[in-house]
Design a protein around this ligand. Sequence first.
Ligand code: MG
Ligand code: MG
Ligand code: MG
Length: 302
Amino acid sequence: MEEIYVFGHKSPDTDTICSAIAYAKIKNLTPARLGEINEETKFVLEKFCVEIPRPIENVEGKKVVLVDHNEFQQSADGIEKAEIVEVIDHHKIKFSYDKPIKFLTEPLGSTATVIAKYFESDIEKIEVNEKKKIKGLLLSAILSDTVVFKSPTTTEEDKKIANELAKAVGIDALIKFGIDIKKAKGSIRGKTVESIIMADFKEFDFNGKKVGIGQTEIVDINEIYEIKAQISKFLENLKNENYEMTVFVATDIIKEGSELFFAGDKSKIEKAFGIKVVGNFVYIPGLMSRKKQVVPKLQQVF
Ligand code: MG
Ligand code: MG
Ligand code: MG
């Protein structure tokens, strides 16, 4: 039988990797990844003794299932010439295809929640040890993508399903486990500015203009201020190479707010967020989610 690859977006996060592994297990497909996994995901895979999916370069001519993304810009090289058989996601929809396919999305906190919800009976059929691993991955992905339920993308269903999964996996202290996952990314000290910004970086097409938005989640925002000059310089150079605007969102998961850095038209930032900006970064309390609180607002002003 022809191999079908399941993968999430570039700059893979925990939801992208764990959803790909889980769905591949459920449907007997091949999990793959676009790029290196981050330290948080590594922590999760090690915790549940699951192998890192194989990297995939170009998917031209291959059969593929997309999870945790549906925009070609965030997908594999050659995606325009791949045969997409299915999409499972929780992001805004920017997708069209010339054949009827399965397309499953719901505005839930993670793709893992969508998978756990719609494929519950398939998951129950998995062999007992493997099932526990898969449930552990799905739980981790929910906690990661919802920032331990603090992100405004969190729904009651995310919480309910995460609690059920935690019970099945034998994790009592759910919130503590979530914070441990987030802490696994560790300090940004000693890392290059490029690796900090590009580890979770997504490209968007806003009315024909290319905008790049990176995000990192940290437990101590002060670390960011130590490298603020380098961040601004990196964003400026990146913008000049290839973008109309570049943005970097440094989210403090304890304080529940973000420092938003940008290079590009300041008035667009001011208009999008309804704030006055002095310089090229600004703290926005309550800002946790790129998907829900940054992308739609910026898209509107473009
Ligand atoms: Mg993701
Ligand atoms: Mg996700
Ligand atoms: Mg995410």
